[in-house]
Design a protein around this ligand. Structure first.
Ligand code: ATP
Ligand code: SF4
Ligand code: MG
Length: 407
C-alpha cells in the first residue's frame, strides 16, 4: 500500500508549541560575544536520442495582472566543486575534485516558496551556501534581483547578506549559549544597522518574538532554557529581523520531534505568506517539503532530476528518482509500514568524486536503459513549468510497480 499524497500530517497542527514546557531557571553567569550563526565536471552532452531540451528555469508566479514577476533569484548552470586531497598525500599530489553541485538551473519569483528535496549528499546545503554567498561557485551564475553575485561590489555584498537569510538545521547549535534570546535575535540588526535606536531594536525584537510564537517576556532567558522547537523559533526570528527578501531554510525541522515539526513548518508557511517572502525550503523528506512549497526541485548527486509545481510533482511524478522517493515515504501506521515491501531505491548514492557517466541516477534506476550511460539526459519541458531529466519518463511508473508489489 502506498501513502496517499493527500495524507497530511502537517495540515492540522498550528499555533504555539511547547507552551507548557517547564523552563529551567538559572541563566548562565556571563555573556560573551556571539559567533553567528570533481574528476572534471561531467560534460553537458545531451542524450543521443533525446528530443530537443529546454533547460531554462520556470518563470515566476503571475502577479495580480496575470503577468509573471521577474525572478528575485536566478540560478544558471551553477557548479560548485571542492578540492579534496587524500589523507596522507604528498603536498605535490594533485587534489581531486568533488562535484557537490554539477550544473543546476532554476529561478524563484518574489514571494514564491521553492522546495529542494534529495537524499543526504545530493548537494542541497552546498546550493544554499552558494546562494547566500558563503562559498564560491566554480561555474555558472547566480543572479539576485538581476545582479550577478560573482561581480557584486563590497557594498552590494553587504546588502545581499541582509536580503538573504538562513535558518539552520540544529537550532540549539546555531544559537550562542552565552547570549540572551533578545540579544541573539537583535544581533544581525545591531551589526548591519548599528545606528538603529535601542528602543527600536527592543520593539522589533518583541514584535518578532510574538510573531514566531514566543512570549516577549522571555527576552532575557538563555537558549538552554528553551526546547528544540522554541530554539528554532528564536532562529527564525533572528533570520527575519533584517526583513530579508529571501529566506533559505536548510532542513529546519529535521532535528525536531515529529510532534513539533508540523508547528514549525506551519509557522514558516504563515510567515512566508504574510511577509511576502521568497523562500527556499530544503529537506530530504518530500512529505515535509510539499506542505510549504509552491514548486519543488528534486536533486540527485548535484543535479536537478525534476522540477514541478508541488501538487503535480507529488501526485504525478515523472522521474524514476522522484517516484522512488515518494514510494519510500513512510506510512504513518506502523503495522502497515512493517508489512510494506520496499521495492525501490536500493544501493548507495555514488561518490560525487566519480559520478556515473550519462544519467547520474542510472546505477540505481529501476528503468535504466543501456544508452542512459551515453550522455546527460536532456531536461524535457512537459509544460506548466514541469521539467524532467529523463527521456524514458513515459514508461510505466516505478510507483505503479510499488503499488502492485504492495497488493
Ligand atoms: N566543505 C566541503 N568540503 C568538501 N566536501 C564537501 C564540503 N561540503 C560538502 N561537501 C560534499 O559535497 C557533497 C554534497 O554535500 P551537501 O552537504 O551539500 O549535501 P546535502 O544534500 O545538504 O546533504 P544532507 O542532507 O546530509 O545535509 C557531499 O558529498 C559532501 O561530502
Ligand atoms: S531511465 Fe533512469 S537512468 Fe535512464 S535517463 Fe531515465 S532516470 Fe536516468
Ligand atoms: Mg545539507
Amino acid at each position: 500500500m502506498m501513502t496517499d499524497p493527500k495524507d497530511d500530517k502537517f495540515a492540522e497542527a498550528s499555533g504555539r508549541d511547547e507552551a507548557g514546557d517547564p523552563i529551567p531557571a538559572a541563566p548562565p553567569a556571563s555573556a560573551t560575544p556571539v559567533a553567528t550563526p570533481p574528476s572534471p565536471a561531467p560534460a553537458e552532452v545531451a542524450h543521443k536520442d533525446a528530443p530537443v531540451a529546454k533547460e531554462a528555469g520556470n518563470a515566476g508566479r503571475p502577479d495580480r495582472t496575470g503577468k509573471r514577476a521577474a525572478p528575485i533569484l536566478r540560478v544558471e548552470d551553477l557548479r560548485v566543486a571542492f578540492d579534496i586531497r587524500p589523507r596522507g598525500a604528498w603536498p605535490w599530489t594533485p587534489s581531486k575534485k568533488l562535484h557537490a553541485v554539477g550544473g543546476i538551473s532554476f529561478d524563484l519569483a518574489p514571494g514564491e516558496s521553492l522546495g529542494v528535496v534529495g537524499e543526504s549528499g545530493s548537494g542541497k546545503s552546498t546550493l544554499a551556501r552558494a546562494i547566500v554567498g558563503t562559498i564560491p561557485s566554480t561555474g555558472g551564475r547566480i543572479e539576485f534581483e538581476g545582479q550577478d553575485l560573482a561581480s557584486m561590489s563590497e557594498r552590494q555584498r553587504r546588502v545581499h547578506r541582509k536580503d538573504v537569510q538562513m535558518v539552520f538545521q540544529d537550532p540549539l547549535a546555531a544559537l550562542n549559549p552565552r547570549m540572551t534570546v533578545g540579544d541573539i535575535i537583535a544581533e544581525p540588526l545591531v551589526t548591519h544597522e548599528p545606528k538603529t535606536p535601542r528602543k527600536e531594536v527592543r520593539r522589533r525584537v518583541a514584535e518578532l518574538m510574538e510573531r514566531v510564537g514566543l512570549l516577549p517576556n522571555l527576552v532575557s532567558r538563555y537558549p538552554h532554557e528553551f526546547s528544540g522547537g522554541q530554539c528554532q523559533r528564536i532562529g527564525i526570528a533572528r533570520a527575519l529581523i533584517l526583513r530579508p527578501k529571501l529566506l533559505i531554510c536548510d532542513e529546519p525541522v529535521s532535528a525536531l520531534d515529529v510532534s513539533v515539526q508540523a508547528q514549525v513548518v506551519n509557522l514558516l508557511k504563515e510567515l512566508q505568506r504574510d511577509m511576502g517572502l521568497a523562500m527556499i525550503f530544503i529537506a530530504h523528506d518530500l512529505s515535509v517539503v510539499k506542505h510549504v512549497s509552491d514548486r519543488i526541485v528534486v536533486m540527485y548527486l548535484g543535479r536537478v532530476m525534476e522540477v514541478a509545481k508541488s501538487k503535480p510533482l507529488v501526485t504525478n511524478p515523472e522521474h524514476p528518482y522522484t517516484q522512488a522517493l515518494i514510494a519510500s515515504v513512510p506510512i504513518p501506521d506502523p503495522v502497515l509500514e512493517r508489512a510494506r515491501k520496499r521495492p525501490v531505491l536500493g544501493g548507495e548514492l555514488p561518490s560525487p568524486m566519480s559520478p556515473p557517466s550519462g544519467c547520474v541516477f542510472r546505477t540505481r534506476c529501476p528503468k535504466a536503459h543501456p544508452d542512459c550511460a551515453d550522455g546527460l539526459p536532456p531536461m524535457l519541458d512537459l509544460g506548466d513549468g514541469h521539467r524532467v531529466a529523463c527521456p524514458y519518463h513515459e514508461e510505466p511508473s516505478v510507483l505503479d510497480a510499488a503499488r502492485q508489489m504492495a497488493g
